[in-house]
Ligand binder design. Structure first.
Ligand code: URA
Ligand code: SF4
Length: 232
């Protein structure tokens, strides 16, 4: 694990940027070579206050890929995607939807944690359009290498980056949309939006809807297997 970044204070001036992602992509890409290249990426500002690049993880030939926004505080420190509170909620939702998380490749459209200090805490800041555009070649390369049958965008940042700028998650969640990225492409909410629900009842309802979206889209590739007795 890399050293923790300073917990407060802005860098005195704009950090030096490295070459764009297009210059870092290996000639003969494999997931491990791309991961290694991404580890040294300094193509946009958030790298400077993050601990490390958090690359995607999962089986090389995963049938399902899920793409979030950017690593959170825990992911930044541990170096793995979706291992903090949002990741635990995603684990529970996948389990309830009958999807084996070990068969899912999980990643993010932006690979460094962007944050600002609030007291002793590091508060997530949404990546801007330029950062999403700068980082997108990494996730595009992951998609091209893994070739999932089903690609699921989690939240508006991922959906707008990968499906289209005007995509509205609230209106189009849980349905397939035509896309050259994978045979089946859909979006749903980000699991952290469920963590932010205003009360328990809302949270439960939002969780149920999230699970339902995951179940619906996974049914597109025949997962989970249909219950022959039709008892569910
Ligand atoms: N939120 C994300 O979008 N991705 C993570 O990896 C963790 C939290
Ligand atoms: Fe590179 Fe993406 Fe990190 Fe920006 S956020 S420095 S493009 S890995």
């Amino acid at each position: 694990m890399a050293d923790r970044p300073p917990r407060s204070g802005k860098p005195a001036k704009a950090p030096p940027l490295g070459p764009p992602v297009s210059d870092l992509l290996p000639d003969r890409p494999s997931l491990s070579r791309v991961r290694e290249a991404a580890a040294g990426c300094r193509a946009c500002v958030p790298y400077a206050r993050a601990t490390q690049t958090v690359f995607g993880e999962g089986p090389r030939r995963a049938e399902i890929m899920m793409v979030g926004e950017q690593p959170g505080d825990v992911e930044d420190v541990e170096g793995h995607p979706f291992v903090g509170p949002a990741g635990r909620l995603l684990d529970r939702a996948l389990e309830q939807a009958g999807i084996d998380r070990r068969l899912v490749y999980v990643t993010n459209v932006v690979k460094h944690f962007k944050w600002e200090p609030r007291g002793k805490r590091r508060i997530h800041k949404r990546p801007d359009g330029a950062e999403v555009a700068a980082c997108r070649p990494w996730v595009e390369t992951e998609i091209a290498l893994v070739k999932p049958r089903l690609l699921v965008c989690l939240g508006a940042v991922a959906a707008q980056a990968l499906i289209g700028r005007t995509f509205k998650v609230s209106q189009e969640r849980g349905r397939f949309v035509p896309s050259p990225l994978a045979p089946l492409v859909a979006a749903t909410v980000h699991p952290s939006s469920i963590l932010r629900a205003r009360d328990d009842e809302t949270r439960r309802a939002e969780m149920d809807r999230f699970v339902e979206d995951l179940r619906t889209v996974a049914a597109g590739i025949g997962n989970p297997p249909r219950d022959p007795a039709g008892s569910r």
